[in-house]
Write a protein that binds this ligand. Structure first.
Ligand code: HEC
Length: 130
């Protein structure tokens, strides 16, 4: 990583930290875990990519990843797969998407963030997908 890149990443992480503390919503990591395992992981394991364990990245790496919001090497976004529209499109076959159909996008994204922070390589309880 170049010096400039490092500074940019550090600034982004600081920014995200600030936005965390400004939030009134109390993130629910358990709901984040259910969604991650039922929606994110079920697609990853269905495809050639395989499951992506939260413990494969550090807390800072997850922070940066979610902040940049570039999913699948930039082909789409993580927020797309958290959105109400996406949940509506799969809820006929996905119980978690159905259960959280009306959760605001931002709350659900915060829940996933909380789960990934907890389950990160250097988090409180490094987690696998299952
Ligand atoms: C519709 C299928 C699908 C869903 C749903 C999905 N992913 Fe992915 N994801 C993929 C594919 C395919 C790749 C691999 C792309 C590649 O390597 O070219 C990927 C890659 C990733 C990666 C590896 C880095 C990257 O972006 O290439 C992470 C991390 C990730 N997904 C997180 C998530 C999270 C978090 C969610 C849920 C909010 C999610 N994904 C939902 C299909 C999906």
């Amino acid at each position: 990583m170049t010096h400039t890149n490092f500074l940019t990443t550090a600034a982004l992480v600081a920014l995200l930290g600030a936005s965390f503390s400004a939030q009134a919503y109390d993130a629910d990591w358990k709901r984040g875990r259910v969604y991650y395992r039922s929606v994110c992981t079920s697609c990853h394991t269905a495809g050639p990519i395989g499951s992506i364990n939260p413990s494969t990245k550090t807390k800072a790496e997850w922070n940066t990843y979610l902040l940049l919001d570039k999913h699948a090497k930039g082909k789409d976004t993580v927020s797309k797969y958290v959105s109400k529209d996406y949940r509506a499109s799969i809820k006929a076959t996905n119980k978690a998407a159905e259960k959280f159909a009306d959760t605001p996008d931002k709350d659900l994204l915060d829940d996933i963030k909380a789960f990934l922070q907890k389950g990160a390589k250097d988090g409180d309880s490094p987690a696998t997908c299952s």
